[in-house]
Design a binder for this molecule. Sequence first.
Ligand code: UDX
Length: 479
Amino acid sequence: MEKIAVLGTGYVGLVTGAGLADFGNEVTCVDLDETKIATLKQGKIPFYEFSLGEVVERNVREGRLSFSSDLIAAIRAARTILIAVGTPPGAKGEADLSQVFGAARTIAEQMTSYKLIVQKSTVPVGTGEKVLRLVESVLAERGKSIAFDVASNPEFLREGSAVEDFMRPDRIVIGTWSPKAEHILSGIYQRFYLNETPMIRTTVQSAELIKYASNAFLATKISFINEMANLCEAVGGDVKVVARAMGLDGRIGRKFLHAGPGYGGSCFPKDTLALASFSRAAGEPSKIVEATIDVNKRQRRRMLEKVRDLVGSLSGKEIAVLGLSFKPQTDDVRDSVAIDLIKLMQKEGANVRAFDPVAMERAAAELRKVEFAEDSYSAVKGADALVIATEWNEFRTLDLTKLLRLMRQPAVVDCRNIYDPATMEQAGFRYVSVGRSTYVPDRSGAPASGGVKKVIASTNGAGGKKKAGARRAGVGRKK
Ligand code: UDX
């Protein structure tokens, strides 16, 4: 059992703190924001994260987890201190580390015995060393010689499944510079020895880079498949099939190959920018990551073009948007495509009515003049187009007949490819998705050949005939 203080009660801090308490450690989660701490003390979680409430409640009840805004007391009481404060993007894409250094400075100013300072927030390579030097210099100013270590222990938690990811990780990364630090950190994660979770023990720098490299690689997979989707639209192909076939190659893997409106959220956009920024600063610019960022930006704009292609000028048009969070199972709207897209559509004169099962309150803080609906059907009433921006499960099974009846124009832009183009066309919709062209060559002049006709029928659902150049179903226009 280790005495741990977790500084910062955001997603990472709270999930990690609760999870480590669940493993038998004694954890105090600290935040300078007293309202937040008061909320947590009342048993309320300040954001939506599946099953986190249960874990927090259980560990508070069993006396292993507590909350406090008394930073100094928490620092003094714990041997291991996890820094899980925010690292928002700075002006040039670099991570703003002022909160990290602020926390490290306070630890150095207040510590009276050995501390293991563990970096949990995602920070550029080299930050661990800067923290080490900072603590050394503050201790020197104080005229104290107190032993301490610095470690990096990145998290790989996905919002919406953060608790599950914490409890069943693919790997644990422990970056240290001393056997003592390695020993303490390994002890905290002792529970994982039982289920043989791979534990990567390495230096602080490698651990820092592993986090960025992993996120940037996943973001690159997404931008890559989005480019393939755009290519499908141009040459006639179905990106879902392409991705599935690619993913069946074990070397590629099927995950993170879903084409869509581009990645969002609190990690990928920020981490790719930060990696691009510090690799440039290190004299080793990453062309791949820069391209990934660029493709992602363009992909967002493409969604707007898809809406325009379907309904023409957006001025005065009523647009329904389903989904506001950056992905399902979360109320997080940070860097959400939906929010961006709504703003872009409003700029062109559209009136927007939106619905999201959990993210409307948070979205309301980001948006102006959006009408929030009670459910999907009230959102689409009288709409000239429906934009599906987030793939919440409940949007996958909408009653199409009802939808058709309620909408003014039967136009659907499915940014997440959750509907089947043929079914939508058959149901009477003008339907556009991402990278799923239903183009087949016109063979009306050729003698009938059963096999081909059949394929055409099941691909189009349009009676086996498709006009030449009818690549629209999956498309926007060619760029
Ligand atoms: C991510 C990482 O997965 C996690 O390991 C890291 O620690 C934090 O960042 P998260 O941001 O919660 O987690 O969401 P994730 O599920 O990874 O999705 C990120 C974005 O990529 C979302 O906008 C999602 O819609 C998009 N995405 C994901 C795609 O567009 N296509 C895919 O195939 C997968």
